[in-house]
Design a binder for this molecule. Sequence first.
Ligand SMILES: *[C@@H]1O[C@H](CO)[C@@H](O)[C@H](O)[C@H]1NC(C)=O
Ligand SMILES: *[C@@H]1O[C@H](CO)[C@@H](O)[C@H](O)[C@H]1NC(C)=O
Ligand SMILES: *[C@@H]1O[C@H](CO)[C@@H](O)[C@H](O)[C@H]1NC(C)=O
Ligand SMILES: *[C@@H]1O[C@H](CO)[C@@H](O)[C@H](O)[C@H]1NC(C)=O
Length: 337
Amino acid sequence: MKPRKRHVLLLWILLCSGMTEAIEPISTTIAVGMAAALTGFLASYPNILYYFHECCRPEWISFNKTGLKTDLDSKLFGQHIASRIILKAVNGFMSNDNPKKPLVLSLHGWTGTGKNFVSKLIAENIYKEGMDSSFVHVFTSTLHFPHPSQNATYKSQLQQWIKGNVTNCERSMFIFDEMDKMHPGLIDSIKPYLDYYDKLDGVSYRKSIFIFLSNAGGESIIQKTLDFWKGGRDREEIELRDLEVSLSLSVFNNNQSGFFHTSLIDKNLVDFFVPFLPLEYQHIVQCAKAEMKARGLEPDPDVADMVARDVVYFPKLERVFSVKGCKTIESKLDYYT
Ligand SMILES: *[C@@H]1O[C@H](CO)[C@@H](O)[C@H](O)[C@H]1NC(C)=O
Ligand SMILES: *[C@@H]1O[C@H](CO)[C@@H](O)[C@H](O)[C@H]1NC(C)=O
Ligand SMILES: *[C@@H]1O[C@H](CO)[C@@H](O)[C@H](O)[C@H]1NC(C)=O
Ligand SMILES: *[C@@H]1O[C@H](CO)[C@@H](O)[C@H](O)[C@H]1NC(C)=O
């Protein structure tokens, strides 16, 4: 190993394990040697900050409550129910020093309504590195587990990954995208990790976060939102309990929706089911403006209107909801600006 590399590694070990904890069990001579090496290193490489690696420590992982609220209020549009549940759930979990089980969220809704986006906001307000953090893991069914015939292999692989990663850092976050396309047996295999166990094989999963994303239940959410719209009622009047029944019927009892067949449901391991409503014209306008702002442009209402008019809406007759939610806004903006 090159001296420079060795120094970086040494520093990383010291930083990640905490100076004192690392030094205490070692003899003073070695500690002095290490300190000398460190001082020498600092002197010769003043730009050492570049080498700081992410570690499982509060410097890199700490929840910003205000940040999450601000983000949900200013960047997520048309999701008053989801916004409220997410804030409450994450706040409660992150402010509890001794949670009894990991936080398990299941986000449901039509494509482009913000499920991935919300996961990203949560990650960004917990991990300094956001989605790039080495403690945030995304599994996409069609990408990571494409072949049903290999479900046995996937099962043990997934278990090992989760165990390995939580062993490294108990504050790990796992996002499972396209849950509806996942083999039910596969999700059952991680069930023990979501449960109320103090420790499994010496590993505690109670500070980890699991987020499941799926379109399952999307149709019943749309139907309910459409009913409100047709009744001339404000969508903000829709409450969780208006959706719960239809969501549970279409999700839990639907044999197509894979994972919900499983004992995750029976055992109440999912803490919150979060519905995402389909987005309307005015939300597309908001998304377009927010995207312009994010690009450092002055939000132009005319451009935002053009973008929103260019989006396809359904149902065919009423044309109320955006088919792709806010998903295609970025490319449309490229075209109009
Ligand atoms: C938390 O988020 C707020 C709002 O985004 C931001 O102003 C603040 O600097 C953040 N705090 C920390 C410690 O990152
Ligand atoms: C894998 O899937 C097949 C059907 O696709 C099923 O018969 C088998 O039990 C599954 N194996 C495991 C370990 O879940
Ligand atoms: C952590 O998860 C990733 C997948 O996101 C996997 O590639 C890696 O091997 C896991 N790490 C451990 C130590 O198991
Ligand atoms: C799924 O449910 C539908 C009706 O709800 C039924 O017709 C179909 O046979 C079921 N499929 C399986 C694989 O159980």
